[in-house]
Each structure stands twice: as structure tokens, then as C-alpha cells.
Write a protein that binds this ligand. Structure first.
Ligand SMILES: Nc1nc2c(ncn2[C@@H]2O[C@H](COP(=O)(O)OP(=O)(O)OP(=O)(O)O)[C@@H](O)[C@H]2O)c(=O)[nH]1
Ligand SMILES: [Mg+2]
Length: 401
């Protein structure tokens, strides 16, 4: 050996620091293997299960994120079913908090029913009157007339319209949500078909995505008769706010809105988007125009139009690996019905082939990866009109307000 004195010195150093090194490696193993950050180390008794391949990030690099739902007390069973599935498929490994909000006080039964399903932190809140109201500038005569004559689903309801307005403009500002960087919206009765063995919030952050979705479909047009024109008024008055590489082409057939929207009952969102002055101005413009009440503008088309216009295409992500069901539509990742980490029936899933989804992929690819090969369809293209069963959109004569 050319430098024997150095070898001896390193040996002494190694022996001296060996205990520290061993302790460090062991601590790293415990943190990595049991998915616990500093907070988790203080609470090791919770989950001492073995090492899984789905490593969440350590607490200190976790996004501030939560699973969030607006829900009613009477929907406890449906909400429990949804939470059970989210826990089993994802959150038992990640422990993101849940936040539930309601226009009424939550009952103890509801709170206990949810808390029994998870080790994660759960918060319950109510809404302030500004966020859950028919604003004073709404002409009551016009509004009553719309409720009386509307033939579309939920057409006679105050509450449904307040709900859509709330989810469009106020949920992200609720005090329980206001400190979050990301939320993942959930609803009663939704189902999750696949193990989600990575952290979608971290994935969004790492890729700079602001809006994530899993089902895209056309809106029932009588509910959004003037939404597009009202949007265009805003765009024309604020041209500088539209993103350079936007996805407007996904939304418009010529000058008309084609109804395409992401189904916002599932959405994972970087909330800085909804808190941006652009989104806030857009919402205020729509709110003043009154279409949440004179028609029945949904938060889904409102969020989707905003994402397509004010975000770049590269900031929107299709979570096509997340199998999902909201009554009455299911999305089942292709190739998953017989093997793999999803259990769902591909034969009942057509939503990935609807014109809205296919068009989304084409438009996004044109903008984000213009050199990529042409997209392959996995089945016949389902027409806009066929992708919604019209009768299911019609008002039920016994509809409760
Ligand atoms: N607290 C509260 N939550 C509501 C109210 N109306 C709807 N929600 C919630 O808002 C979300 C969307 O309402 P849904 O009734 O599921 O509306 P949808 O999914 O568009 O339509 P349907 O499936 O046809 O009912 C769900 O999480 C509901 O629990 C309400 O009046 N009060
Ligand atoms: Mg729903």
C-alpha cells in the first residue's frame, strides 16, 4: 500500500464513528421503511407494518394537502363508503387529513362515523352566509321563473345552485382549506378501483401540474346556456390573462362551447390556481352575471373552462391510472380488468373514449408534445351526445328543493 499511514488513520476514524454510522443507517431504515417522518417517529405504534414499495415522501417534504368534501349529514353512509375505499386504496399509507364542510352543523353521529375509519386527522366545519346564499343582486322574479320552468336535473333547487356556486368560488377560501397547497376533492358514493401507490400531491408538485382530473364529459347544455358568452366577455376584457399555451381548442367548436368539462367531483388541484387573482376575477365576473341561478352553471364547467384558458396545457394532468366511479359513470384504466392493481369492468367503461377525452388528448399533445406519434384510440369513439344518457339529466317531478 503506497500510503500506509493514511490507511491506519482512516481505520481509526472509521472505528471511532462506527456507532454513529450504524445508528444513522438504522434510523434511515425506520423512517423510509415505515413511511414516517419526524412526526411519525413520535407515534411509531400506529403502523409498524413491513416495508412496502409505495414509499411516501417524508413529512417534512410533504405538501400541505387534504382530502376535502362538502357533504350533508344524511350522506353519512355514502361518505363512509367513499372514505373506506380511499383509505384502503391510498390514504392508510399516506395519512393525509380529511376536511368535511357543510351548510349545517355536522352531527356527532356523522363525525364519529367518519373518524372510525381513519387514523388521519379529520376536521369538520360549517360555511359562512356569504359563501352559501343567493346574492342580493339576483333578480328573484327571473330566478323563480327559471326554477319553475327548468326541465334539467336539480332545476328546481336552491341548494344545488348554492352548492355549485360554493364549490366554484368559496371552497378554496374556507378557513379549514385556506392553508392548504393542494386539495383532492371527494364525494359520497364515489369508488376507487386501483391501488394508488404513489403520492399524487407530490407528483403534481414535482411536475408543476395545477389541475388533475380523471373523467371528462360534455355538460347538459340547457344548464350552461350563456356560460361561454359570459366567459368570452371576460376574456375579451382581460386578454392578457389567458395562458399562452392554453387549451381553449378543447372547449370550443367554432364559436360555441362544446360542453366539455372535467368532472370536478374528482379533482386534485394546486390551490394557488383558485387563489390567483385571475381565477378570482373570473369567478366574480361569472357570479355577477348570475348564471349560477338564472341557469344552473356547475362548478365542473366553471373550473374546467378556467383551467383550459388560464393554465398552460402542460399544467393540466389526466390521472388516467386512477380508476374511479361517481354515479353513474365509471372510468376503468385499460388492461386492468383481469390483472394488476385495479379491479373494475372495462366493458362498462367507455368514458375514456368519449369525444371530450379523446379531443383533450389530441389538443394537449399538439401543444405539449407536437413531435409525438399520433394517439391510438383503444376503442370506438363515443359521440358527445351518446356519452350522457339524456333522461338521467332530466328533472324528477318529486325533486326536493
Ligand atoms: N352540505 C351540503 N352539501 C351538499 C348540498 N348539495 C350537495 N352537496 C354536496 O355537494 C357535492 C355534490 O352534490 P351532488 O348531489 O353529489 O351533485 P352531483 O354529483 O353534481 O349530482 P348528482 O350525483 O346528480 O346528485 C356532494 O358532495 C354533496 O354531498 C347541500 O345542500 N348541503
Ligand atoms: Mg355527486
Amino acid at each position: 500500500m503506497p500510503f500506509p499511514h493514511l490507511a491506519a488513520r482512516y481505520k481509526r476514524l472509521l472505528l471511532k464513528h462506527l456507532p454513529v454510522l450504524v445508528a444513522g443507517v438504522l434510523a434511515g431504515y425506520i423512517i423510509g421503511c415505515n413511511k414516517l417522518g419526524i412526526r411519525g417517529l413520535l407515534n411509531l405504534s400506529q403502523d409498524m407494518g413491513g416495508c412496502h414499495s409505495n414509499e411516501p415522501v417524508a413529512d417534512n417534504s410533504r405538501p400541505r394537502a387534504a382530502l376535502v368534501a362538502l357533504v350533508r349529514n344524511r350522506e353519512l353512509l355514502g361518505m363512509r363508503m367513499a372514505v373506506r375505499q380511499i383509505e384502503d386504496r391510498f390514504n392508510r399509507n399516506y395519512n393525509y387529513p380529511y376536511i368535511f364542510v357543510n351548510d349545517q352543523e355536522f352531527t356527532e353521529e356523522f363525525k364519529e362515523g367518519i373518524r372510525a375509519l381513519t387514523n388521519a386527522e379529520v376536521s369538520f366545519g360549517t360555511l359562512d352566509s356569504e359563501s352559501w346564499q343567493v346574492p342580493e343582486w339576483i333578480n328573484q322574479t327571473l330566478y323563480e321563473e327559471e326554477k319553475r320552468t327548468a326541465t334539467y336535473l336539480h332545476g328546481g333547487k336552491d341548494s344545488y345552485r348554492k352548492m355549485c356556486r360554493f364549490q366554484s368560488g368559496y371552497l378554496h377560501k374556507h378557513p379549514l382549506v385556506a392553508d392548504l397547497d393542494y386539495y383532492w376533492r371527494i364525494e359520497p358514493d364515489v369508488e376507487y378501483y386501483c391501488d394508488i401507490d404513489y403520492d399524487p400531491f407530490v407528483y403534481m408538485r414535482e411536475n408543476g401540474y395545477k389541475y388533475g382530473w380523471t373523467i371528462a364529459m360534455p355538460e347538459f347544455m340547457p344548464t350552461v346556456r350563456t356560460l361561454w358568452n359570459t366567459t368570452m366577455e371576460f376574456v375579451n376584457a382581460n386578454q392578457g390573462l389567458v395562458a399562452q399555451n392554453n387549451m381553449a381548442e378543447w372547449l370550443a367548436n367554432g364559436d360555441a362551447y362544446n360542453g366539455c368539462h372535467f368532472w370536478s367531483n374528482f379533482e386534485i388541484v394546486d390551490l394557488s390556481f383558485y387563489r390567483s387573482s385571475t381565477y378570482q376575477m373570473f369567478f366574480d365576473h361569472l357570479d355577477r352575471a348570475g348564471g349560477f341561478f338564472y341557469e344552473r352553471w356547475g362548478d365542473a364547467p366553471v373550473h374546467s373552462i378556467a383551467a383550459a384558458l388560464f393554465l398552460n396545457a402542460s399544467q393540466i394532468h389526466y390521472f388516467n391510472d386512477i380508476g374511479y366511479y361517481h354515479p353513474t359513470i365509471l372510468y376503468c384504466p385499460q388492461g386492468s380488468s383481469t390483472k394488476g392493481r385495479c379491479v373494475c369492468d372495462e366493458d362498462k367503461a367507455f368514458i375514456h373514449n368519449t369525444a371530450c377525452t379523446v379531443r383533450y388528448k389530441e389538443v394537449r399533445q399538439k401543444i405539449v408534445e407536437p413531435e409525438a406519434k399520433e394517439l391510438a384510440h383503444t376503442g370506438p369513439l363515443v359521440d358527445f351526445a351518446l356519452s350522457v344518457e339524456p333522461k338521467s339529466q332530466l328533472r324528477d317531478a318529486n325533486e326536493v328543493k
